[in-house]
Design a protein around this ligand. Structure first.
Ligand code: PEP
Ligand code: MG
Length: 328
């Protein structure tokens, strides 16, 4: 696998028609960062900060968080890292919150998790905000909030950062050079108010793992349902295409950071409906960069949009034949 990484590391993901696609990787541990150089990914499009919380028996102290974020930024050098604030709760339960979650959640994926939990556990959110701001002193910081369902949740989360920023400024600490705030779109309701949210964002990242389970009302962790709903179904692709269309002209960088983007046919579909940034598992970075170089976006989007216009078409079958005919 390492050899395969190496041979594709310096491959620049330009399409045949000359469009540069951002191929980023997902990470969550300090050790994951070595994959950045190994794969030649354009940066970390999703750093799951909850990993540190999940492996710890107690709530990680702010200093420990700062150390991790600083190490991650050091390892990334000039490449951007999008830090997602904690997404604990749900399927990612932690011992120090477990009783709270268990008491309230019969349906944890839709329960008290991620931003919902963080906004109520204000100390937790403040500590993480301070840790991120301090770690990024003198450089750019990208922060993304998970499970945003309504616009006010984004505002409230942003306000926690602004307050910590004011505190650090008053203390004359080294500030981040620039801060970019973004949101994950993984709750379908948010898509309906995207026009209100977009002006507040510098980027948006679609979390197709959660989004799919919420669109289909199908638990992503239930093995009986795992194979049932296809990422290439017209429901998902039409939904995602509408997100892209609503963002046109907003100046907001819209990408995907769910597992869907790391799969061959799914990545083709995402590029065909208009995504230009994918953040995927490191092992998929090389193969997806190679795939990007074989496609012509006009041809691909004409094909996808044609199939999407006809609900009777099985997109997986069509796309698979389309790709095979072009040796993709
Ligand atoms: C997602 O939901 O698609 C996502 C990237 O977040 P996670 O898998 O960590 O829930
Ligand atoms: Mg998610």
């Amino acid at each position: 696998r390492q050899a395969a990484y190496a041979s594709l590391r310096d491959v620049e993901p330009f399409t045949r028609c000359g469009t540069r696609i951002q191929v980023m990787m997902n990470a969550g541990l300090r050790d994951d960062m070595s994959n950045l150089a190994m794969t030649g990914a354009d940066g970390v499009g999703l750093f799951r900060t909850e990993f540190q919380f999940l492996v710890s028996a107690t709530l990680p102290q702010r200093e420990r968080q700062t150390r991790l974020y600083r190490d991650v930024l050091d390892a990334a050098g000039d490449r951007p890292v999008i830090f997602r604030t904690v997404d604990i709760g749900g399927d990612k339960s932690v011992p120090y919150l477990a009783s709270d979650i268990a008491r309230n959640d019969e349906n944890p994926a839709m329960g008290w998790r991620a931003l919902r939990l963080a906004l109520e556990r204000e100390g937790l959110m403040k500590a993480q905000a301070r840790a991120l701001l301090e770690a990024a002193g003198g450089r750019a910081l990208y922060v993304m909030f998970p499970m945003v369902s309504e616009v006010w949740e984004f505002d409230a989360a942003r306000a926690v950062f602004d307050e910590q920023l004011a505190f650090l400024r008053a203390k004359k600490k080294l500030m981040p050079e620039r801060i970019h705030f973004g949101a994950m779109l993984e709750v379908p309701a948010l898509a309906e108010v995207l026009d209100l949210l977009l002006p507040k964002l510098s980027f948006l990242s679609v979390g197709t793992n959660d989004l799919t389970q919420f669109l289909f009302a199908a638990d992503r962790a239930n093995p009986k349902l795992a194979q049932r709903y296809d990422w290439l179904s017209p429901s998902i692709l039409r939904f995602l295409r509408r997100v892209i269309q609503s963002s046109v002209g907003s100046g907001v960088d819209v990408g995907v950071c769910g597992e869907m983007g790391g799969r061959r046919l799914e990545a083709l579909a995402l590029l065909g409906i208009g995504f230009r940034r994918l953040s995927i598992t490191p092992a998929a970075v090389g193969p997806i960069k190679e795939l990007v170089r074989k496609i012509d976006l006009d041809e691909l989007s004409a094909a996808i949009n044609g199939w999407l216009a006809d609900p009777a078409v099985d997109i997986r079958t069509e796309l698979s034949a389309w790709a095979a005919a072009r040796e993709i």
